[in-house]
Design a protein around this ligand. Structure first.
Ligand SMILES: Nc1nc(=O)c2c([nH]1)NC[C@@H]1CN(c3ccc(C(=O)N[C@@H](CCC(=O)O)C(=O)O)cc3)C=[N+]21
Length: 283
């Protein structure tokens, strides 16, 4: 049986520290301000954005949600981002992904001032991450939250076999960079990988971010592995579930994250922390 990594309570611990730092900034006359742009009506995105807004409020961080129509043009969105880049009252900008198909996500990410890049998705920040030069550099929140879990549960990474399933800009690639920077031996597998199961079975650390419900079954997991589930999927009954077959895999793993109350709450905590960091770095 494995130990369940409690993302929700670790998130609360991190939030308590962020709240102290927010208060300190406010006493110096600075109110950290996060702006979230939501384009269109995607149901999941609306929930995530609401969660972010609620958390910011709880921590005393000023947050503004800008809602734009699903038929917003790329030009209109870029103009809004330029306006926010110039606005000295704004410390952090997040454009919720995915974007409607008429908008090029990479162009949007490129338009955000790297110093206000709440997600750490701008190529300048991604480049710094891959060079392991992360002082005063925002880093993708989900992988950062996962690193906090390893730290809290004293899971060592040095020399370990780490396998990342998925190669997205949001999770897979920055996760691989962070693990590499922590001296793990990193393999990234994806939809074109041959013998994926043989590779995941060798993982001491397995991070799964495929977006496919219960993609990883017990026979793909090594005994005693640390299993991190980034999935936010829906099962047949519309219930939130992960990319890992939790019930079976938890019998084999040493540590496992649940869905919900695992990686998700940590992502939001890291976003709040990063908003404070961006604010501090800018003064
Ligand atoms: N620019 C951008 N930045 C993101 O960070 C970003 C994004 N776009 N697009 C979508 C993904 C997804 N994401 C989640 C954050 C929190 C939860 C979360 O709070 N999950 C709760 C449950 C939520 C529920 O009940 O539905 C939990 O796991 O316990 C989930 C998903 C951030 N993302």
């Amino acid at each position: 049986m494995s130990q369940i990594i409690d993302g929700k309570s670790l998130a609360a611990e991190i939030d308590a520290q962020t709240m102290v730092e927010t208060e300190q900034l406010k006493q110096n006359g600075i109110t950290p301000h996060l702006v979230v742009i939501l384009v269109g009506e995607d149901g999941a995105s609306q929930i995530y954005v609401r969660n972010k807004e609620r958390r910011a409020q709880k921590l005393g961080i000023k947050s503004t949600v800008i809602k734009m129509d699903s038929d917003t043009t790329e030009k209109e969105l870029l103009a809004k981002i330029h306006e926010l880049n110039q606005d000295v009252d704004v410390n952090a900008i997040l454009v919720q992904m995915p974007l409607p198909k008429q908008i090029d996500e990479f162009k949007v990410i490129m338009a955000i001032d790297p110093k206000k890049d709440a997600d750490g998705f701008h190529p300048v920040n991604v480049g710094r991450l891959f060079e392991n030069e992360i002082a005063q550099t925002p880093v993708a929140c989900t992988p950062q939250g996962i690193m906090e879990m390893f730290k809290k549960y004293q899971i060592s990474l040095d020399g370990k076999n780490a396998v990342v399933v998925g190669r997205s800009t949001i999770v897979g690639k920055p996760m691989a960079a962070l693990l590499l920077n922590a001296n793990a031996t990193v393999t990234v597998v994806h939809s074109h990988t041959k013998d994926l199961k043989e590779i995941t079975k060798k993982a001491d650390i397995l991070v799964v971010a495929t977006g496919i419900a219960h993609f990883i079954k017990a026979d793909q997991v090594k005994d005693g592995a640390v299993v991190i589930d980034v999935g936010m999927d829906r099962d047949e009954n519309g219930k939130l579930t992960g990319d890992v077959d939790f019930e079976k895999v938890q019998e084999k793993a040493s540590f496992i994250t649940p869905v919900p109350k695992g990686v998700g709450p940590m992502t939001i905590s890291m976003l709040m922390k990063q908003t404070i960091d961006l604010t501090r770095w800018s003064v």
